[in-house]
Design a protein around this ligand. Sequence first.
Ligand SMILES: [Zn+2]
Ligand SMILES: [Zn+2]
Length: 138
Amino acid sequence: MEQVVNCPRCGDLYMKNAFRDVCSKCSKEEEIMYETVYKFLKQRENRAATIERVVEVTGVDETLIHKWMKKGRLHATHFPNMGYPCDNCGAIINKGKLCTPCVDQIERDLKRIQQEEEFERKKKLNDQATYHAYNKDK
Ligand SMILES: [Zn+2]
Ligand SMILES: [Zn+2]
């Protein structure tokens, strides 16, 4: 779905779509920065670079590198010392959107909600049964 929005980088109006989260001018600039980072990381001796080192050498903003990692354009799993923040708590991760503790927590929460729903459902059935039984006697 396309809509006209302000570019989060420069503030210009542009058509937002699934492939572009900044305006065309900025996305071109980002492409150039991506190339710079990609070339740097392609060199074997830079594989173990930390994100701070990459920022220092390429001058590219850390949040941009995080964005590429999240999108899978840079594979965090290939670079042992690089990662991006968990969507929930900000811990540094290198795959998915959430860190393991957050995933565990969410699974626990989901299970609890399911159990609660199950409990409510049974309670409702029980109530209905009681109600019907009561009305039958009348
Ligand atoms: Zn822009
Ligand atoms: Zn987390």
